[in-house]
Design a binder for this molecule. Structure first.
Ligand code: ADP
Ligand code: MG
Length: 451
């Protein structure tokens, strides 16, 4: 059953009290106005509280953060060393998780520190010195701390990999293995993501003990609550259409681009047109990344232009439109990108701009979308003026496309596994290693690094 239909069945809703959570946690939830547990929370919290490992899959915006944080807060004792460890792929997500746990745990006395690259060591060492019970980390910087002894994992009893399919993907898996080898065997561990490919489920067996799997919408990568559409246009016309889609939008919007260069460019164009836009990409200084996210979260900026560094986990409830200015380089990224809207059962809209050379790639993604998706060329009467050899790949019936031709990328179906080898740059610093050796990844913008 889907998330919103579960939500609609109100008599089935579980109150947080019924999950056996402590009074001081319930107080924190009450402050936030959380009344009932969302389905993934209701499913997972009791199991984690019995000490069993968990794999939790539920769609974007369905409350996975609270699902893993609340049971951790329940079990952890103040002033007893680092007992909880949460790992996430990007700095901004790690910070967001920290903020959320701090709110849930406001009355518990449990302290949380974020450990991530790009920030000076000093701030993090000071926080660690004062004492914390939960660490939220990106893997690279956590390893730096482990190596210098500023973090020890001997008291850790609860471990979470958020966005687990990315964390066990080849860019990170060696770092994760290294870290987990330093943690006690006797621990409760859980993996969470909206996308849980079978390769990852298989790989998870190496790290989890007899996990209970909750795959709430595993067959339904549909983007529930999101009105999805696409438009095939010339690359040089994209900006004009971007403005057309953004203008009538009342809430906030995120514009995803395929490269850092494009991200900067689109943000610049939007400034010239007097939009309140901020950008985030992996080559920006950490200070500027935080500045951008801060402005966007607080609503001072209406538009966030981003690489896939912002595609996973970021929760900004007012986002009502996601524009894929470029087709994503990896099909899972599509579902994560559009999942930045329609959070917590809300509604949202996602439009994908497909340049002529990306039609093959788009067809591969489109085949996985299980709900009707609007063809805006038909709806808006926009002709596809495309050279002959490309026509057979076109997504609309007019051109009978769907063939996976030489315009699609070689490496799409693979990618998960342990074959990647260690990368030089760890955590999300620049993301240079993320997609480089997936085979192919041909993209006419020639982006060497994705994030
Ligand atoms: P996911 O990790 O599944 O993508 P998040 O954990 O980021 O989703 O949660 C999405 C949004 O839903 C957040 O803004 C969060 O505060 C909100 N939320 C989570 N659980 C509840 C709840 N039980 N009641 C109300 N809001 C909730
Ligand atoms: Mg999340």
């Amino acid at each position: 059953m889907s998330f919103s239909s579960l939500l609609r069945e109100e008599n089935k809703m579980t109150k947080f009290q019924d999950l056996g959570l402590k009074e001081d946690i319930l107080k924190g939830l009450d402050d936030l106005g959380f009344e009932e547990a969302f389905p993934i929370q209701e499913a997972v919290i009791p199991v984690l509280l019995t000490g069993r490992d968990v794999v939790g899959q539920a769609h974007t915006g369905s409350g996975k953060t609270a699902a893993f944080s609340l049971s951790m807060l329940q079990e952890i004792q103040p002033k007893n060393g680092i007992q909880g460890l949460i790992m996430a792929p990007t700095r901004e997500l790690a910070m967001q998780i920290t903020d959320e746990i701090k709110k849930f745990g406001k009355h518990t006395g449990i302290r949380v520190a974020t450990v991530y690259g790009g920030q000076g060591m000093g701030v993090q060492l000071d926080a660690l010195d004062r004492g914390v019970e939960i660490v939220v980390a990106t893997p690279g910087r956590l390893i730096d701390h482990l190596k210098r002894g500023s973090i020890e994992l001997r008291d850790v009893s609860h471990i979470v990999l958020d966005e687990a399919d990315t964390m066990l993907d080849m860019g990170f898996v060696d770092d994760i293995s290294f870290i987990l080898d330093l943690a006690p065997e006797d621990r409760v561990m859980s993996l969470f993501s909206a996308t849980m490919p079978t390769e990852i489920l298989r790989l998870s067996e190496e790290y989890l003990k007899n996990p209970k799997q909750f795959l709430l919408d595993a067959d339904d990568l549909s983007g529930e609550g999101i009105d999805q559409s696409y438009l095939v246009i010339k690359d040089r016309d994209k900006f004009k259409y971007l403005i057309d889609f953004i203008k009538p939008t009342k809430g906030q919007a995120i514009v995803f681009c395929s490269t850092k260069y494009r991200t900067r460019d689109v943000a610049k164009f939007l400034h010239q047109e007097k939009f309140d836009a901020v950008a985030i990409e992996g080559d920006m200084s950490q200070h500027r990344r935080e500045q951008s996210m801060g402005k966007f979260r607080s609503g001072k900026a209406d538009i966030l232009v981003a690489t896939d560094v912002a595609s996973r986990g970021i929760d900004v409830p007012r986002v009502e439109l996601v524009i894929n200015y470029d087709v994503p380089n990896q099909e899972m990224a599509y579902f994560h990108r559009i999942g930045r809207t329609a959070r917590a059962g809300a509604k949202g809209k996602a439009v994908t701009f497909v340049s002529y050379s990306s039609v093959g790639d788009w067809n591969i993604i489109k085949r996985q979308i299980k709900v009707p998706i609007k063809d805006l060329n038909e709806e808006m009467g926009i002709e596809i003026a495309i050279p002959d050899p490309l026509k057979r790949q076109m997504p609309s019936r007019r051109y009978g496309g769907q063939s996976r031709s030489n315009y699609s990328r070689g490496g799409r179906s693979g990618g998960y596994g342990r074959s990647g080898g260690r990368r030089d740059s760890r955590d999300d610093r620049g993301g240079r290693r993320r997609y480089n050796d997936r085979g192919g990844n041909r993209n006419h913008y020639g982006g060497r690094s994705r994030w």
